[in-house]
Structure formats: C-alpha cells, structure tokens
Ligand binder design. Structure first.
Ligand SMILES: [Zn+2]
Length: 66
C-alpha cells in the first residue's frame, strides 16, 4: 500500500553509527557499515516509519525508487 508521503521519500546512503536492521531482509547493519536510510524531502513533514535498507537490498530494490 502506497501512502501519500511515498512520493516524497528519498533514500540516502548513510554510514551506520549504531545497529540497525534492514527493513527488507532483517539483516543486521553494524556500525561503520553503509546502509540506505529513507528520508522525507519535505522537512516540515515528520516522518513516520522510515525504513533502513542494507546495500544488497538496495541493489535488488532500487528499480522501485528511481
Ligand atoms: Zn537487506
């Protein structure tokens, strides 16, 4: 299901400073590793349920984000 904010979401490559889990495959993203973090372009919208993706899921899923 697509929420009304999905069009505003962008993925930013980020270096992890703490542990995260990939929202797609549940892989652990360890500090120092790069991952992709969802961001909202509009800074006035406070983001709900932003997802994190590991680099391999980003490679698999990137077609959906272009
Ligand atoms: Zn993943």
């Amino acid at each position: 299901m697509v929420s009304k904010y999905d069009c505003l979401k962008i993925l930013k490559m980020t270096k992890a400073i703490k542990f995260h889990f990939c929202s797609n495959c549940d892989k652990e993203i360890i500090p120092g590793e790069y991952y992709y973090k969802e961001n909202i372009k509009d800074k006035y919208i406070h983001a709900l349920n932003l997802k994190n993706y590991c680099t391999s899921c980003f490679d698999k899923l990137k077609l959906y984000f272009i």
